[in-house]
Write a protein that binds this ligand. Structure first.
Ligand SMILES: Nc1nc2c(ncn2[C@@H]2O[C@H](COP(=O)(O)OP(=O)(O)OP(=O)(O)O)[C@@H](O)[C@H]2O)c(=O)[nH]1
Ligand SMILES: [Mg+2]
Length: 584
């Protein structure tokens, strides 16, 4: 249902594009193009595949999502790099290197991936991320699937990068080996690594290697895993203070494809209802707005061509003067708007600062407790490091919601300012009544601009680095620095293993480090203040001026039309066009 609606939407939008093209309505054409991109972007689901090494992730992705063996698989640890698989009419591999360069390949995929994502491959260390474009039906429907290194891979840095993807994923498929179900790492993952209800809500546990489980043992295995999962979930629920429903547990075999149909159905059900339907509904509304806009433009054309040529020529002259006046008015508008927006950005920064303070206290408190409770049982540095990282990650996850709420509030306030200013700036002076819509457009346009930055900011806090690259704020990565405290952890551990008190004292080192990192972060955020205001103002200015130029173009075109065609024929033509438009 969802997929049919999605393709219907794309089809109708394409028809509208052809329609607008024929009528030569330039502005709208650009809007339609970006709307088409928006549909593709917003109606794409990111699915992350997680699990211990050899749990069958790569095999599963090959069989389930792309239907052929592309990703390298092996009985020993294999995948060493995150691999993102997307739809591509033309199949290719894009290797993104740590130094920022990239290379493309169009054939010999298996071999290339062996050298680049498989452990031991000679290029592996130089690579940041690998993208594989495959012409598969499943991906074409709008799925982006991410293959990850085994979570129990000894290289913790890899695990950090993988976990960084969690909050970006629309759904997580967590593969468990049915033959050795519910290992320590799986228990730990549920209890320690994922700590927001939102993240847990999107997990599907897949009991892989189902082909190797005897018929008469299957019920028992499921029962066992369920019971263990419940135990872990109880701990998580207590910590979050929220009851968490048990995630789905689906037995599958990546080898024999057992239960693939069940999984496919459930996954689509989840993705389309949870995320897709709302978005789809909005997009349909947007299509109607575009249609309405085109209709208004046609009506304007009809009205214009009713006028005498002389009248049109005069209007064109007036328009030129009006553009000059508009430029002046925009400057005044800008002056009035700037302090208001600056004020909002400043208080947003202040709120973020408070949040960081709270976060810091929380981290220190959690760390102290954990160290206090666990110190006797910790024998090696790796364990100690793990405690530190997990505590930090946990605190950050718990604060994540608050951060997002802050940002939402900030956006709302900006919107309100724009709304108020919009009513003060008497738009009727500038546009025909229909064009008042333009400011709404600006808001639409502006939202993703800021949100991209703030999203990256959240990511930077959570993951500590650029995962998908190109992030504006990716260079600011507080957690990365904090996670790098692994080194500090080591020193503390070595110095004071026997002296518990000493370890607790050394926590101040961590506190200082967090302070430093956060203050650097805040400084950068403040530095972006002007950039945010400028972006908003630039958008307004451009849109207003563009609207004017468009109007000028329409006047000129009307004059041309009048030279070539008879007025009543033109009216009939445009009226037919309106009827045609309504059917799209
Ligand atoms: N019998 C059986 N074998 C499987 C199944 N899934 C995977 N395998 C085999 O298990 C081995 C490991 O599979 P991979 O797909 O490489 O596992 P992975 O999770 O990607 O492993 P890493 O990349 O090392 O994290 C391969 O030899 C697969 O052929 C399954 O459902 N049943
Ligand atoms: Mg693998």
């Amino acid at each position: 249902m969802f997929l049919e609606k999605k393709s219907e939407l794309i089809e109708r939008t394409n028809t509208l594009k052809i329609f607008a093209n024929e009528l030569d309505i330039n502005n709208i054409n650009e809007n339609i193009d970006s709307f088409l991109e928006e549909i593709q972007r917003d109606l794409t689901f990111n699915v992350l595949c997680l699990g211990d090494f050899s749990s069958g992730k790569s095999t599963f992705i090959n069989q389930f999502f792309i239907g052929k063996n592309v990703l390298p698989t092996n009985v020993t640890t294999t995948t060493a790099k995150l691999t993102v698989l997307k739809y591509g009419l033309e199949e290719k591999i894009v290797l993104k290197y740590k130094d920022g360069t990239q290379k493309e390949f169009h054939e010999n995929f298996e071999n290339i991936l062996k050298h680049t994502v498989a452990k031991g491959g000679e290029e592996v260390e130089k690579i940041d991320l690998v993208e594989v474009y495959i012409n598969s039906e499943f991906l074409k429907d709008g799925i982006v699937i991410v293959d990850s290194p085994g979570l129990n891979d000894p290289e913790t840095e890899r695990m950090d990068v993988t976990l960084g993807f969690i909050n970006r994923a629309d759904s997580i498929l967590y593969l468990i080996m049915a033959t050795q179900a519910w290992k320590k790492s799986e228990k730990e993952f549920l209890e320690e690594k994922i700590l927001s209800k939102e993240d847990l809500d999107k997990i599907f546990f897949l009991l892989n290697y189902w082909d190797l489980i005897d018929e008469n043992q299957r019920d028992e295995v499921i029962k066992f895993v369920k019971t263990e999962m419940e135990k872990s979930l109880k701990i998580v629920s207590a910590e979050l203070g929220q009851k968490i429903p048990t995630p789905p547990l689906i037995p599958i075999s990546a080898k024999t494809k057992e239960n693939f149909d069940v999984l496919k159905k459930k996954l689509w059900e989840y993705l389309s209802t949870k995320k897709g339907e709302n978005i789809l509904e909005n997009k349909y509304k947007k299509l109607e707005v575009l249609k309405r806009r085109i209709k208004e433009l046609i009506i304007e054309k009809i009205e214009l061509q009713k006028k005498e040529s002389k009248e049109l020529e005069d209007s064109l002259k007036n328009l030129k003067q009006e553009v000059e006046k508009l430029k002046e008015d925009v400057t005044i508008f800008k002056k009035r708007l700037k302090p208001k927006i600056d004020g909002e950005v400043t208080s947003f920064v202040e709120e973020v600062q408070k949040l960081f303070e709270r976060l810091k206290e929380n981290i220190i408190e959690r760390l102290s407790k954990r160290i206090d409770n666990n110190i006797e049982g910790i024998d090696d540095v790796a364990d100690f490091e793990k405690i530190i990282k997990d505590s930090i990650r946990k605190s950050i996850y718990l604060e994540k919601r608050n951060f997002e709420n802050l940002y939402r509030k900030f956006l709302k306030k900006i919107e309100k300012i724009l709304e108020e200013e919009k009513s003060r700036l008497d738009l009727k002076n500038y546009f025909s009544k229909n064009k008042v819509l333009y400011l709404d457009d600006i808001k639409e346009h502006l939202k993703p601009e800021i949100s991209i930055k703030v999203d990256y900011m959240i990511d930077a806090i959570i993951t500590g680095g650029s995962v998908l690259g190109g992030a504006v704020l990716a260079s600011v990565n507080p957690l990365f620095a904090i996670v790098a405290l692994g080194g500090v952890a080591y020193n503390i551990f070595i110095k004071a293993k026997k002296e518990k008190q000493e370890i607790l004292k050394q926590l101040s080192i961590i506190e200082e480090q967090i302070d430093d990192t956060f203050s650097e972060y805040i400084t950068r955020l403040e530095g972006q203040q002007d950039e945010i205001t400028e972006t908003i103002l630039e958008n307004i200015r451009n849109e207003l001026i563009e609207a004017y130029l468009e109007k000028e173009r329409i006047y000129k075109q009307a004059l041309e039309d009048k030279k070539i065609n008879k007025d009543d024929e033109l009216t009939a033509f445009y009226n037919d066009k309106i009827k045609e438009l309504e059917k799209i």
